[in-house]
Design a protein around this ligand. Structure first.
Ligand SMILES: NC(=O)c1ccc[n+]([C@@H]2O[C@H](COP(=O)([O-])OP(=O)(O)OC[C@H]3O[C@@H](n4cnc5c(N)ncnc54)[C@H](OP(=O)(O)O)[C@@H]3O)[C@@H](O)[C@H]2O)c1
Length: 201
């Protein structure tokens, strides 16, 4: 089954490119509709299909790659009545346009808030600690495999996303539950956020 991506900006495109390079099919969407993604599709090839937000959300794995303050709107556009059976991969960081001020999370981990927007989904926080140019680059560096972090409250969903990441070539590191691992990888503030690590062979 293809991987759905909601958000086709810097992060969405970086991930789409790596997934396609690893042999995955991708269904990708933005707020302006599939026609606006024609150039991206032409550059990437037939494994990437521009789609509506609803079609991207209709996959087993759905990656959220939209700005924090547009999450509610994007999830509403997905028009999903029951998120069960889906793994939602949260790449978001709780800041962004227009002012890039960190959101007030009331002491919660940002992905716990995102999980509340997609009730029933198994949420995995991943891919949020690296900038798009690094995410989009070959994960196999001369020094070793680039490390990506993930966390989530559903062990099998974490394993599923880790398997996908390892197929791409990343050294996927499962940090455990959102309350613990999510806090470690949270940006801003988490000690692992923005760390660029590679795992030696
Ligand atoms: N940039 C980084 O360094 C970085 C690193 C890791 C994680 N992140 C996180 O990743 C997320 C995406 O960041 P980005 O840098 O990729 O942002 P971006 O380049 O501004 O792209 C945002 C994408 O979200 C889409 N979008 C906005 N509202 C939408 C909606 N209602 N429905 C569907 N799509 C919608 C936009 O589509 P339109 O253009 O059509 O509106 C655009 O394709 C953010 O939460 C950010 O915090 C960023």
């Amino acid at each position: 089954m293809p991987i759905g991506i909601i958000g086709a900006g810097a992060v969405g495109q970086a991930l789409a490119g790596r997934f396609v390079a690893a042999g995955e099919q991708v269904v990708i969407s933005n707020s302006r509709g599939p026609a606006s993604l024609r150039d991206l599709a032409a550059r990437t090839g037939p494994a990437l299909r521009p789609a509506t937000v609803g079609e991207a959300a209709d996959q087993e794995i759905v990656v959220l790659a939209v700005p924090w303050r547009r999450l509610g709107e994007a999830v509403a556009a997905a028009d999903v009545t029951d998120w069960q059976e889906r793994i939602v991969v949260d790449t978001t960081n709780p800041l962004g346009p227009p002012d890039f001020r960190a959101a007030d999370l009331g002491g919660r981990v940002s992905s716990e808030i995102v999980a509340g927007l997609v009730p029933g989904a198994r949420l995995v926080k991943a891919f949020n600690t690296l900038p798009p140019d690094v995410l989009g680059a070959d994960p196999l560096t001369p020094a070793g495999r680039r490390v990506i972090f993930l966390s989530g409250d559903h062990t099998r969903a974490n394993e599923r996303v880790a398997r996908l990441a390892r197929r791409v070539g990343w050294a996927a590191t499962d940090l455990g539950r959102l309350a613990d691992g999510g806090r470690l990888q949270q940006f801003p503030g988490g000690p692992l956020a923005a760390l660029r690590l590679v795992m030696e062979p």
